[in-house]
Design a protein around this ligand. Structure first.
Ligand code: FE2
Ligand code: FE2
Length: 305
């Protein structure tokens, strides 16, 4: 696993300010969903950071501790980069408490209902609280790996890359999500290994597939709530039904149902092959090409100004 750095000023690349254009993807609904994910992911990254501080002591394997550290560094870099976009889209006040430094207003209800009670138990050092928190992270990372597959498949694979680059009105947001999803694919198995190492039981079983994948989870509402906020702020018409029906969300859900079963393993040959393929394509093909386009665009805007 490597710690990647965004090789330019991501604020300039995303045109944060008067020139901001939210249409980074091939359709408006997917573009809004991507902005919603930006808030949801930043929220979860701080959750992971808090939990890590209280769970690292339970990891007895040095190699796994190193991987967990890299995982966390990647996550905190993501949070920092997303903060530039999120604080621009949500310039008002945000909540902060002893468990989480940045809770956006439309995520506050989810924080109070689904995360804060766990974090309180984690802070008290309750083993079962830490277990619930690590399980939440492992489930999130498993599902997010599949979301990342869909992202690269729909936007970057084959001829889609050239098409996406020519349609996108915000290559900076596209880059941010590409960089982020590549690292998500790269580190997702660490969260599962940490849970399984400490608690000596598999993350996935029949019951968890039913409750976390087949049923609609609160996490899907979190991304939607943030996307709806963005739509309102940007003056774009939408609703939860249209966002859920967007190609990105609908394919993600059906692929999660297809791939995540009771024996789901992020390192099974079928999944591992896809993980390696997308990370390699990002590092060797898509990232260099996208970087060049972004740099050219920043340069031409700077010289026109
Ligand atoms: Fe992340
Ligand atoms: Fe992650």
């Amino acid at each position: 696993m490597r710690i990647r750095r965004i090789p330019f000023d991501i604020r300039k690349a995303m045109k944060v300010g008067a020139d901001f254009d939210f249409r980074w993807a091939y359709d408006e609904q997917t573009s809004l969903v991507g902005l919603g994910y930006s808030f949801y992911l930043e929220y979860i990254e701080y959750f992971c950071n808090f939990v890590s501080k209280h769970s690292r002591g339970l990891i007895a394997d040095e190699g796994l501790l190193d991987l967990e550290h890299t995982f966390l560094v990647q996550e905190m870099h993501h949070a920092k980069a997303h903060k530039y976009l999120n604080s621009f889209l949500c310039p008002g006040s945000i909540y902060k408490d002893q468990f989480h430094p940045r809770v956006y207003p439309y995520l506050h209800e989810f924080h109070v209902n689904h995360y804060e009670p766990i974090l309180q138990r984690v802070a008290k050092g309750e083993r079962e609280g830490v277990r619930d928190a690590l399980l939440k992270i492992a489930v999130f990372e498993s599902k997010n790996c599949i979301s990342s597959f869909i992202f690269f498949e729909q936007l970057f694979s084959g001829k889609n890359f050239a098409r996406t680059c020519s349609i996108s009105a915000n290559l900076g947001v596209l880059y941010l999500l590409g960089y982020h999803f590549a690292e998500e694919i790269e580190h997702c198995d660490v969260a599962i290994d940490v849970y399984q190492h400490i608690y000596q039981e598999p993350v996935w079983n029949k019951d968890r597939v039913r409750t976390q994948v087949m049923q609609v989870s609160h996490s899907e509402h979190e991304a939607l709530a943030a996307a709806l906020y963005c739509a309102k702020r940007l003056g774009v018409e939408t609703d939860a039904r249209r966002l859920t029906a967007s190609p990105f969300m609908s394919y993600t859900k059906s692929r999660q149902i297809e791939l995540i079963d009771a024996d789901f393993d992020l390192n099974s040959p079928q999944i591992l092959e896809q993980r390696k393929h997308y990370v390699q394509q990002w590092d060797e093909v898509w990232e260099p090409a996208l970087r060049e386009r972004v740099l050219r665009e920043i340069e031409s805007r700077t010289s026109c100004a």
